[in-house]
Design a binder for this molecule. Sequence first.
Ligand code: CP
Ligand code: NVA
Length: 306
Amino acid sequence: MKNFIAIDDCTTEELCHVLDVAFELKKQYKTTGRNDHLLADKTLAMIFEKPSLRTRVSFSNAMTQLGGTSIYLRQEEVGLETREPVKDVARVLAGMCDGIMARTFEHEKVTGLAAYSSVPVINGLTDYSHPCQAMTDMMTIKEHFGSLQGKTLAFIGDGNNVARSLSMACGRLGMNFTLACPEGYELPREEVDRIMAKLPDMDFVITHDPMEAARNADVLYTDTWISMGQEKEKELRINAFRGFCIDERLLEVAPKHAIVLHCLPAYRGYEITDGVLEGPQSKVFLQAENRLHFQKGLLAVLMGGK
Ligand code: CP
Ligand code: NVA
């Protein structure tokens, strides 16, 4: 693995290896209070075109706890494609740093960085995908259930960047994926066909009935209805997504053992109720903490020779 841009670029073996390293580093940190300094003297450059809490803090602290350091760069100062072309930024950062993590609007900016960088490039979320989140979610599901094989994740909400990465992660790691969304908010048909062509054994269902999706779910998952950059569509989306909230009624239909995940930030009363988010089936804050542990596994593999 040189970069981490999209889950379907990775093999199942590569993804499982990163998860194994992440679990190992989590265990080491929890039992000893520290990690081996696998990334001593290494620097990760982090470019953000969009806001972040979890992604920024988890990458930054993962670098610190593995003995390295990180540099936070705002789009206002880097100016990807406004102050400087992506290809120039890639080569300048690769000459000074050991890895680049970027959160951008256009996915092509992250793939452009990867094309011109000699050091690993990590996708920290684009309009198209959010692979670090999806793999953290696999870690959380595996930690809770002991295995991923044959489990069903029902994503209730928008066919967005998080849903797309989750569908690929489920396909690669032996899980079934159901998307329950209003008409017009599905993942595009040609993309589903492309994912299915790469992952022919996958059980991939799209439905417009959230109750049907919840009935067989081991994991109920949701995300905001209004992703970063879609703020102008707020009213339209709130109306379109009515009925697609993970609320007490939906949870009642799901198997008793089902857990609830949300990548956060959450908008209580819209895609999830406060009661469900704070309730016993919610593993949302374990999931958020696991962002740190997964990033450590990923960085140790990409930059630390693990
Ligand atoms: N879930 C997630 O990526 O959170 P941030 O946007 O706060 O990084
Ligand atoms: N779909 C959301 C995820 C936030 C972590 C967004 O892109 O804003």
